[in-house]
Design a protein around this ligand. Sequence first.
Ligand code: NAD
Length: 250
Amino acid sequence: MDRLKDKVAVVTGAANGIGKAISELFAEEGAWVLVSDIEDEPGNATARIIREKGGTAEYCHADVSIPGDVAHAVGIAAARNGRIDILCNNAAYLAPDFHDILESTEDEWTRCINVALLGTHYFTKATLPYMIRQKKGSIVNVVSIQALAGMMTSVAYTATKAALLGYTLSAAYDYGSHNVRVNALCPGPIQTRIAPQADEPHYKWQCDNTVLGRVGYPREVAYAALFLASDEASYVTGVTFPVDGGWTSK
Ligand SMILES: NC(=O)c1ccc[n+]([C@@H]2O[C@H](COP(=O)([O-])OP(=O)(O)OC[C@H]3O[C@@H](n4cnc5c(N)ncnc54)[C@H](O)[C@@H]3O)[C@@H](O)[C@H]2O)c1
């Protein structure tokens, strides 16, 4: 219940799916959570559900690819008690379909990079000064097993996610001496709105590629994020943590 007691957490892309589950679990464990997203209705709903269950959360509209939005969101979180203990960079541009090298468009590349990579950078850059001053902080970057294993027709998304692994290592190296930990979480096939439905061939393909023989659920990713965010992971930094039913273990 109290694994994040009194901590201030910021979660991006928190209106839906994995980010929503992470926000809810962080709040259940005692954190005050800034739920940030660009989808205001489900974002407000996430924060409201947390409060209705007795937790503390506030919604803030913030496009991670716009530095002014990021500064505004981080300012709201810091206004709580002058601290930011946890940052979870979860937002990504998720198109209905991605493409291979020959078919991918400039727009697809730009959106992937601006949201997942630069969005992570903007939020991290705005949050680090608080963590450095506190001599403590945990940053959890939600990446993907697509940074670890080749997958079809999604070169812009895959390359962006792989870059996030490098970003994570670089940040962990540079800020470890300030006791700021930075880790990468790599979900496998997780049942969110972007996932194939059970009657689609792609769903069976996903199940068959795991060792556990099934897809995962947002709450299962949230528990891994909770560990990395909490003091239980006080000696863990710079790691790549797959939550993938064993997909990348084969
Ligand atoms: N679902 C999976 O199978 C899976 C697998 C591996 C990695 N991931 C990663 O998990 C993360 C969450 O994905 P999800 O499956 O929960 O998808 P989702 O669509 O349910 O949630 C993504 C959220 O990000 C928000 N978002 C998009 N662009 C944004 C922006 N510019 N600024 C702020 N918020 C923005 C969306 O509004 C949405 O609420 C992503 O980083 C994704 O790459 C998902």
